[in-house]
Write a protein that binds this ligand. Sequence first.
Ligand SMILES: Nc1ncnc2c1ncn2[C@@H]1O[C@H](COP(=O)(O)OP(=O)(O)OP(=O)(O)O)[C@@H](O)[C@H]1O
Length: 250
Amino acid sequence: MSAKILDIENVTVSFDGFKALNNLNFSMDEGELRVIIGPNGAGKTTFLDVITGKVQPTEGKARFKGKDLSKRSEHEISRLGIGRKFQTPRVYLNLTPRENLELSCNRSKNVFATLFQKLPSAERRTVGGLLETIGLATKADIPAALLSHGEKQWLEIGMLVAQSPDLLLVDEPVAGLTDEETAKTGELLLSLAQSHSIVVIEHDMEFVRQIARQVTVLHEGSVLCEGTMGEVQNDPRVIEVYLGAQEEAV
Ligand SMILES: Nc1ncnc2c1ncn2[C@@H]1O[C@H](COP(=O)(O)OP(=O)(O)OP(=O)(O)O)[C@@H](O)[C@H]1O
């Protein structure tokens, strides 16, 4: 039996009686890349909030590598090895991509120490490798403010990876990106999936098709169905609550 990196058991989250998650059960193996889709309000963000400790379950348990996450702070959970990428990039715009990555490699030191002290050679190599991985080697030393929206997203993904998490949670990484940037983001996540477990939330179906192996569909706070992209997109329940509505909107 392979180890479960995430195990969510009968989790309910109530906001004043409204169940944003409703008896949700979900598990994921170590090394998996899982895409989560579902209509607006299905509970996708709340699901990530439970994993990162931002929201506590009203009922049920969330476990990471067998460790109960309840009553742990967001900071503690991040130190256990869970990194989260929010929808809008959070990079230091006045610093260069290299400096942003150096800071992330070295969270325990303060900003000035990181910027003005020489990094140990192993860390310099890591930053160099990360700049290659995220496709920003040629823009490593310009202010991050000059990067495109897509490049800022890749930089933030790189900053997350620099902290060596075992599990990456990535919320709508291609919203607002060009088609070319979207395809490159897919390649980046697929390459990171070789060495990390990753959960991606996304609405862009082209992108989901590009990266998805296993897809979980959330609806009204519960798992509606799970399977390969082919299985999920032909499931009449998914077409009814999600994909059908998406096509009408196009
Ligand atoms: N703090 C809160 N207080 C009250 N209701 C909330 C709170 N957070 C979320 N909700 C409600 O819970 C439901 C699930 O929200 P959530 O943001 O998790 O959905 P989602 O699937 O991420 O949606 P979207 O695709 O629009 O981002 C929504 O109806 C939302 O209004």
